[in-house]
Design a protein around this ligand. Structure first.
Ligand SMILES: [Zn+2]
Length: 243
């Protein structure tokens, strides 16, 4: 099921103007989704006129506005919780860890038990400390994600998939994506906050896209086979990590 065309439009509704992305696809009905970043996504068969699509959106306008507000306040709370400070709690692989900045001649970042210790010359220099922490976190993401990719890979090697390149990005609306023509998987760096099994299901999902570049029934039956618990892993991930 490949998209035929996609365009950004604005619908006038009783709750004000709502911007949405319209994708024409081989689907049976009009489907509407509010993404975590608040954007509205609509897919519709090409025979349905825009007028009909927009009255569908208008009928759902209070739902859309509520969903956008829900995501906005969740994002705001998450940003507050992620604020970088001495003694702040950060989630790391599903466990709360305490950030500790300590004075030291040599810079380093280490995870020690329940603490992430950031050593630097001036422990009150939060800008420098945050930079060191971000760099360390990038390294952790690469290590953890690559290990998960290696674990799942043999099943896909058997299907002729070359080992993909990994790209890590901070994303606001998705856990990952698969660029199957480039042989590349992109994973969200916020995944490092989740337990390993939650990250593993995203890796499995993206690997399955090398075989099926869509969300067809075949795609899901492959995902069920390689990652039988993906539904509960996904629900847990969505509960634990807010983008
Ligand atoms: Zn997908």
């Amino acid at each position: 099921m490949k998209a035929v065309s996609s365009s950004v439009r604005t619908a006038k509704t009783p709750a004000g103007c709502i911007e949405y992305t319209l994708e024409r696809k081989k689907v049976k009905n009009i489907n509407l989704r509010v993404r975590r970043d608040g954007t509205v996504y609509v897919s519709a068969p090409s025979r349905v006129p825009v007028r009909e699509i927009e009255s569908f959106i208008a009928a759902k306008c209070s739902y859309i506005k509520q969903a956008q507000e829900h995501f906005r306040s969740r994002t705001e709370t998450a940003a507050k919780e992620r604020r970088f400070a001495q003694g702040a709690a950060v989630m790391h692989l599903g466990r709360p860890m305490e950030l500790c900045m300590v004075q030291s001649a040599a810079e380093s970042v280490t995870a020690e038990g329940q603490r992430i210790v950031i050593a630097l010359r001036d422990s009150s220099d939060l800008t420098r400390a945050e930079r060191l922490y971000a760099k360390w976190l990038d390294g952790r993401c690469r290590e953890v994600f690559t290990n998960l990719m290696r674990e799942i890979y043999p099943q896909f090697a058997a299907m002729g998939v070359p080992f993909p390149q990994l790209k890590i990005r901070a994303m606001k609306a998705r856990w990952g994506s698969c660029h199957y023509t480039k042989g590349m998987i992109v994973l969200n760096r916020y995944l490092i906050e989740a337990p390993l099994h939650c990250i593993a299901h995203v890796v499995a999902h993206e690997f399955c896209h090398f075989i099926y570049p869509n969300h067809s029934r075949d795609f899901y039956s492959l995902l069920d086979r390689v990652c039988p618990h993906w539904r509960s892993d996904k629900a847990e991930l969505e509960r634990l990590v807010v983008l």
